[in-house]
Each structure stands twice: as structure tokens, then as C-alpha cells.
Design a protein around this ligand. Structure first.
Ligand SMILES: *[C@@H]1O[C@H](CO)[C@@H](O)[C@H](O)[C@H]1NC(C)=O
Ligand SMILES: *[C@@H]1O[C@H](CO)[C@@H](O)[C@H](O)[C@H]1NC(C)=O
Ligand SMILES: *[C@@H]1O[C@H](CO)[C@@H](O)[C@H](O)[C@H]1NC(C)=O
Length: 626
């Protein structure tokens, strides 16, 4: 036991040596914008804490509150009646607290329980910003760690003082925490690294790491398969100082002659697995990735690590090469190539994979050294915050240039759920639930949707309207439609235009309402003297007097036998006219014949006999005596 502890001390020593050799830690910063009062208006730097849930890619606006007592937030605010959030105009509360006396995580937990949306910790000394971290020992007492869900940020002492001065005036201090530039997003692919460990007996830290891999696996594989990301797993190792290479400690913790070491899983050399077993498994996992990557399937790493942790746990004494080989075979990856990559771990020689891993630990550019496990690096910046699926996916998504992010970023558990409440203030059609609100990890957007191939146009807030040929098939294009007495009328016209128009016989806006027009009442049709008019829904009926038929197109009545009233009437007039003219002509002709005959006979007879009235012959043709 004593020996075990001593070994642990030595191993910690190695670790410290390693750290001091490279020792460059980069604090991830983001922007805190003070939007009022005027004299504080500016953008300040703050440091993202290593716990809680930063809103990568988004922003959070609120009003700052500084408690009157319990200013370090080391106690719960529950039983403190003097403390109330004077939240300005319903804005989210940014609780400002002082650094010191207790863990950062406890402050954040107390702030969260009191209803704060974020916590700002004011540094208690003038110094460059540091990264607030979780406590080293995780005991049962701080099991709240996993439940911290608000973002946290450390601000400088001077900014803290300035805000407090304004609040004491009292002045409302409004701030905006901005994570949009927390990660660079140079292109349409995100590179990320996960520094992990195959050790499964290190308590809650190992468990949360394992849970994360299990939970994130599906998303990671989709992103990788579609080429949106390039993922690389990494393993931290350190080396044994020359003088200790032959010591028992180095022999049990290292492989390849003290070149690559890992801490003892139980921190006790006399029990269970040794550090060298962990390094060997780490190496196997790194080689698995290398071989899988070469065969074009890097995402198999996620399957391997998950399967291995389930099938080969230390607890069941299955954490060994045989069990690992089974898993590798079941995934169909070339075991021979992996064995070649692992090489002889007993030999006094370098292993190219682990050598590369040690080199990669050293910080480059904006990234610091990797000294903590687990560490996630996205686009060469260190991820800060809780390691969970939603937060990590948000961070990865914010590493894409806006509009190039994959669809996975725009759905499933990472959106802000702003559409749940009041539909995010966007347009919505209540009857069909078609909405313009779309939750994204950047917050909600109001954008007219495309539903079943029908595109909606509009501002997305007040107005969206279906357009195109198929629009009437979807919710009738948002137009009025009704069926009565077996008849259906629609205000949607199935062409490429938009808009609604009440059909003939109706009037209204066409969207919500079309009303039947009472044609009879309005005396627009069926106005012949004997006509009887009856309104129907969408139309009317008209009946003419006896033996007549109503012609709807001409709104006139005609005889039942005839085809056209106008034509036959005309023909009758002509026939009548001809008959009358004929009769008159005949009568005149008859009269002329008679008078002619009269005068001719008289003339003949006058030649053969003397007439008593000679004079009358002279007036031949006169009508007088006839
Ligand atoms: C943390 O959350 C879990 C699950 O939601 C819950 O069971 C547990 O009691 C919470 N812990 C604390 C300290 O609130
Ligand atoms: C994985 O494969 C890709 C493409 O073949 C390559 O660019 C990348 O460097 C490889 N990663 C590692 C860690 O070998
Ligand atoms: C719209 O959503 C509400 C509430 O979720 C639901 O009750 C209703 O049936 C939905 N309507 C349609 C047409 O889907």
C-alpha cells in the first residue's frame, strides 16, 4: 500500500515534469458586450468556464444582478429572504458574484438554483483571465456538477468593480454574452480531436467520458460519413525520466522501455491493472483508428471504443488483448495490420504512433498544450464546458461557416426550442400547423417553409403564402374551401400564381371566408316578369312562366319547343309579313282585272249596239259607276 502511494507520487511528479517542459495553457475567451449604461458600453473579454453549458454559436442577453449578501455565492440562496432577483423587464438574469472561498462550480450551482440564466464571476485580483475549472476530487457531495446547465464566465476584477459601481447607483446593467466567435469557422469542414483514455476505473470522470462517447457516437458517425468533419482521437502519454526507467514504478506504468506511460487505474500498483495495460490499450485504440482511417472508415473507432468498454471492462477482468481482438474482428477491421502498428511493446524502441501522439500534445497556434483528460479540440481551439452531446454538437456546428452547417445542426436536441413558446413569434397557419419557425443551434429563425414541395413566400413573421403548381394540394393553398349539399367550392386556383379568389357566386377575401351571393335578393338575374327565382349555395335556380324554359347564359326565357326565341320570332314576323303582303297584292290584282274587263267589254259591246249613254264611253276607265 505504501509503495503504491509512493508510486503514485512519482507518477504525479512525471506529470508535473511533463507540464513544466511544455506548459502552455490557453484560456478560451469570448465576448461580453455591455449594452447599457452608456459609460460602460463596450465589448470585454471573459473566459469560458470548464463546466456548465456555453451556448456555442449563440448569444445570451440579460441584466446583471449583484446580490446584497452571499456575494461569493458559496451558500445557497434558498433561505436568504433578502435576496431577490430584481430582474429588469423580464430579462434573463446574469448573476454577478465574487471569486473566492469555494469552488467555481458551487457558485454556478447556487446561481442556477436561484434562477440565474448565467453566472459572471468577478476575479478578486488584477491578473490575466484564467479558466475556471471543476474541482479535482469529485466526491458524492458535489454530484451537482453534472447538473450545471447555465453558462459561466470569468470577468476581470476591474470590469466587475465597474459593473458593481453602476448597480449601486442604481443603474441597470445590460449585457450580452456572445459565443458566436468563440470558435473559428474557416471553412465547410470542422476538424476536431478528442483526447481520451481507455481507462475505465477512474470514477465519475471516466464514466462521463464513456457516456459521452456512447451518446455522441451516432452524431459523430453521421458527420464523419458525410464528410462534414474530420475527427481524430488522441491519447495522452508521458515518459519516464532516464533515472527511473528500471524502477518498479516505471516498469509497471510504461511500455517500450519507459517511453510511454499512463497512470495506474486504481492509483495502487499492487492491485488490478497497471498503467502499462492502459497504455497498451490506448495504443491499440490509436492503431485501430489509423487502420480504420486508412481503409476509409474512420468512424468505426466510435464503435470499437463503445463496444470495448461494454464487452471488456476492467471490473470483469476482461480488459485485455484477447477481448479487444474479439471486438476488432467483429467490426471487420484488419487485425494483422493493427498488430503491426502496435509492434512489440516490450522492446526498447520507439513506436511511431505514440511518438506522434506525444508530439501532438504540445500546443500549436491558438491551442494550448493538452494536459487534461478528456479534452476536446475543435478547429484547433479548446472546447470549454460540459462534455455532453448537445453542447459538443453545438460547438462543432458553430465551427461551420453560417449556412454551410449540416442539417444535423438544425435539429434534434441541439436547437434552442424557442419555437415551442408562442411559435417563436413567427408566422403560423393554425389550421394545418405549418409554421415559419425553425429552431437552430444559433437560435430560432422565422423563414417561410417548404412543405411537401410547396414553397411558401413571405416575411416569415406575419405572412407566408404558398406558391406554385402544387399549392392547392396542401391545405388548399391556405385558401377558403367548403362543401355543402354534396358540392365543393374552393378559392384556390391551381395554377402557378399565388393568392386566393372566391369562386363565381361567392364573395369574400378568399382566405378565411367566401360568402354565398344571394343573386335573387340582389336582382342581378332572373328578372323576367313571370320568373320565379330561388337562391342556392353558390348559385340560384330560375323558373320562367308556363311552357317556357330559362336560358342561364342569356338570362332569358324561351319556348320549350324552340331552340332560339330570337330566331323564331323573327321568322314568324317575316312569314306574317309575306302573307299580309301577298294578300294585299292579290286583292289589288283582282280589282285591276275586274275594272279592265269592265271597260273592255263595254267597248266591244258599243261597236255592235248603240248605247244610251255614249258620253260614258269617253270616260273609259273611270270608277264612278262601278
Ligand atoms: C442531478 O440530476 C439528476 C437527474 O436529473 C437527479 O437525479 C439528481 O438528483 C440531480 N442532482 C442534484 C444535486 O440536484
Ligand atoms: C485519416 O485519413 C485522411 C484521409 O485519408 C487523412 O487526411 C488523415 O490525415 C488521416 N488521419 C490520421 C490520423 O491518420
Ligand atoms: C396542430 O397542433 C395542435 C397542438 O399540437 C394539435 O392539437 C392539432 O391537432 C394539430 N393540427 C393539425 C392539422 O395537425
Amino acid at each position: 500500500m505504501r509503495e503504491g502511494k509512493l508510486g503514485f507520487v512519482i507518477c504525479v511528479l512525471f506529470f508535473l515534469m511533463f507540464e513544466s517542459t511544455f506548459g502552455r495553457f490557453v484560456v478560451e475567451k469570448n465576448n461580453l458586450r455591455v449594452t447599457s449604461p452608456q459609460n460602460l458600453k463596450d465589448t470585454y473579454e471573459c473566459a469560458i468556464g470548464n463546466f456548465g453549458v456555453p451556448q456555442y454559436g449563440g448569444t445570451l442577453a440579460g441584466a446583471v444582478v449583484f446580490p446584497e449578501v452571499n456575494q461569493k455565492a458559496c451558500k445557497s440562496f434558498d433561505d436568504d429572504v433578502s435576496f431577490k432577483f430584481k430582474s429588469g423587464a423580464g430579462l434573463p438574469v446574469f448573476l454577478l458574484v465574487d471569486r473566492g472561498d469555494c469552488y467555481f462550480t458551487l457558485k454556478a450551482w447556487n446561481a442556477q438554483k436561484a434562477g440565474a440564466a448565467a453566472i459572471l464571476v468577478a476575479d478578486d485580483r488584477p491578473e490575466p483571465l484564467i479558466t475556471m475549472d471543476t474541482p479535482e476530487e469529485e466526491t458524492a457531495r458535489n454530484d451537482y456538477l453534472q447538473n450545471i446547465s447555465i453558462p459561466s464566465a470569468l470577468i476581470s476584477q476591474s470590469l466587475g468593480e465597474a459593473i458593481k459601481r453602476e448597480l449601486s447607483k442604481p443603474e441597470m446593467v445590460k449585457v450580452n454574452l456572445d459565443w458566436r466567435e468563440a470558435l473559428p469557422h474557416p471553412d465547410d469542414r470542422v476538424e476536431y480531436e478528442f483526447w481520451t483514455n481507455s481507462n475505465d476505473e477512474c470514477g465519475s470522470k471516466c464514466e462521463s467520458q464513456r457516456d459521452f462517447v456512447k451518446e455522441f457516437k451516432g452524431v459523430a458517425q453521421i458527420l464523419e460519413k458525410k464528410g462534414y468533419t474530420q475527427f481524430t482521437p488522441h491519447y495522452i502519454t508521458w515518459y519516464c525520466p532516464e533515472a527511473f526507467i528500471l524502477s518498479k514504478q516505471c516498469k509497471s506504468q510504461c511500455i517500450n522501455h519507459g517511453r510511454y506511460c499512463a497512470p495506474d487505474p486504481e492509483e495502487d500498483f499492487s492491485l488490478g491493472y497497471d498503467g502499462k495495460d492502459v497504455v497498451a490499450q490506448n495504443l491499440l485504440q490509436a492503431c485501430f483508428f489509423k487502420v480504420a482511417n486508412e481503409s476509409g472508415k474512420p468512424w468505426l473507432w466510435w464503435d470499437y471504443v463503445t463496444d470495448f468498454s461494454i464487452r471488456c471492462p476492467m471490473k470483469e477482468k476482461m480488459y485485455n488483448k484477447e477481448c479487444a481482438d474479439e471486438v476488432i474482428k467483429s467490426l471487420g477491421v484488419d487485425l494483422k495490420k493493427i498488430n503491426e502498428c502496435v509492434g512489440d511493446t516490450e522492446a526498447d524502441e520507439e513506436n511511431s504512433v505514440l511518438k506522434a501522439e506525444q508530439e501532438a500534445q504540445i500546443g500549436k497556434g491558438k491551442r494550448g498544450d493538452v494536459t487534461m483528460l478528456p479534452t476536446l479540440i475543435i478547429n484547433n481551439r479548446q472546447f470549454r464546458g460540459k462534455l455532453d452531446k448537445g453542447t459538443v454538437l453545438k460547438a462543432i456546428c458553430s465551427g461551420f461557416e453560417e449556412t454551410t452547417e449540416p442539417v444535423i445542426c438544425l435539429r434534434d436536441g441541439i436547437e434552442t426550442n424557442e419555437c415551442m413558446e408562442n411559435n417563436g413569434g413567427c408566422w403560423m397557419d393554425k389550421s394545418s400547423n405549418i409554421t415559419a419557425c425553425r429552431d437552430t443551434f444559433r437560435g430560432r429563425v422565422c423563414q417561410c417553409p417548404i412543405v411537401q414541395g410547396v414553397k411558401f413566400f413571405g416575411d416569415g413573421y406575419k405572412h407566408c403564402e404558398a406558391s406554385g403548381a402544387l399549392r392547392c394540394g396542401l391545405n388548399n393553398g391556405g385558401c377558403w374551401k367548403d362543401t355543402q349539399q354534396g358540392r365543393t367550392y374552393s378559392a384556390c386556383i391551381d395554377d402557378h400564381t399565388k393568392g386566393c379568389k372566391c369562386p363565381h357566386g361567392f364573395r369574400g377575401d378568399g382566405h378565411k371566408k367566401c360568402e354565398d351571393i344571394d343573386e335573387c335578393e340582389e336582382k342581378t338575374v332572373c328578372q323576367c316578369p313571370d320568373c320565379r327565382c330561388k337562391n342556392t349555395w353558390g348559385s340560384y335556380d330560375c323558373h320562367c312562366g308556363s311552357n317556357l324554359l330559362y336560358m342561364r347564359e342569356h338570362d332569358t326565357c324561351i319556348s320549350k319547343d324552340a331552340k332560339s326565341g330570337i330566331g323564331w320570332g323573327f321568322v314568324w314576323v317575316i312569314i306574317l309579313g309575306i302573307t299580309v303582303a301577298g294578300a294585299i297584292g292579290y286583292a289589288f290584282y283582282k280589282y285591276r282585272i275586274r275594272t279592265y274587263m269592265d271597260s273592255e267589254i263595254r267597248a266591244i259591246m258599243a261597236q255592235y249596239m248603240p248605247l244610251d249613254n255614249q258620253a260614258e264611253v269617253a270616260v273609259h276607265g273611270s270608277h264612278g259607276n262601278v
